[in-house]
Write a new protein. Structure first.
Length: 123
């Protein structure tokens, strides 16, 4: 059976569209808060040119998407409450929680001096 090129490409395009859905790369609004600081999260100081970090807290839909993407739940001494779900990645540099009420929050940070990711929350 001989398939003409235009028909083949039309079938391919339709099939790809079905599998790809209507997904399109785009940025979405998010509920994000941040704090800049120096020293450490456990004992923060005013940021300086030589010691400046930023911590982010993401809530809502974006936090739900991150939480679902990094599953499964993990055990952590900070979050040993029976109705709290805890997930993390990158040695705790990305931490997400879900409360029994279904509220999601994720935390992460960045060290401007070293250029590395850091944690964004503490116990």
């Amino acid at each position: 059976m001989k398939i003409h090129r235009p028909a083949f490409f039309l079938i391919f395009a339709v099939s790809f569209g079905v599998f790809a859905g209507n997904w399109e790369f785009s940025y979405h609004p998010a509920n994000v808060s941040y704090a800049t600081y120096g020293s450490s999260l456990g004992d923060p100081t005013s940021p300086s040119k030589s010691d400046k970090k930023i911590a982010f807290e993401v809530k809502g839909q974006a936090a739900w998407e991150i939480f679902e993407a990094i599953g499964p739940d993990r055990r952590d001494s900070c979050f040993q409450m029976p109705d709290m779900h805890f997930r993390s990645r990158d040695d705790g540099k990305l931490v997400c929680t879900k409360t029994k009420e279904g509220e999601y929050a994720c935390y992460f940070g960045f060290d401007f001096k070293s250029g590395k990711s850091i944690g964004g929350s503490i116990c």
